[in-house]
Design a protein around this ligand. Sequence first.
Ligand SMILES: [Zn+2]
Length: 209
Amino acid sequence: MKAFIIIFTCCFIAYVIVFGFVSRNTSIAEAWKLPIQTNDRQNWSTVLKDPDAHFKALRAEFGPVKLHYHTGVDIRNKSYDIPGEPVYPIAAGKVIAIEDSPPQRRIVVEHLLPNREKIWSVYIHIIDEQVNVGDAIDTETVMARLMNIAELEIYGQDYHHVHLEIMKKLPPYAAEFYQQKTFTCFTKHEVDEYYFDPELFLKEHFQQK
Ligand SMILES: [Zn+2]
């Protein structure tokens, strides 16, 4: 009986150690994919990049926002381009913020890299989110969707894409960032300090399959 208890206890401890190790590692961002369901989510040529919506494009003054640089890239599905299609995270991670109202509604996901550093991806102009703050998600999780035809008529046809950002670090006023607006960059230096070029980043990481 004593031997049985010892064996059972050892098996239980081994299970806890192994399960703990596996569960810690499931949230590490290793495979990277496009945030929309194209023919091949690891092939950048399957997306349609909107004209003048590339990374670091100079954006005109718009309402209260002054002349600034585009901190992300606006992409659509080249093959289907169906309004209202699902939006997925680009890698495994955790939802840390869902903020603002349409058409600027956004989800922020925190990613833990294999080297234990963190980066963040941001998805803007999404609607009808299927996740909550704190959720652990992976590349197959439907987080939300793009606007459908009726919603585009309300908010404007220009919002037919997902604006994707990949952040190197959070802005100095991170708490406000979660609750209010995205970080607006007025110099190219600021863009380089806080953001990766999503196209270059994903192209580089697609190869690490
Ligand atoms: Zn954009």
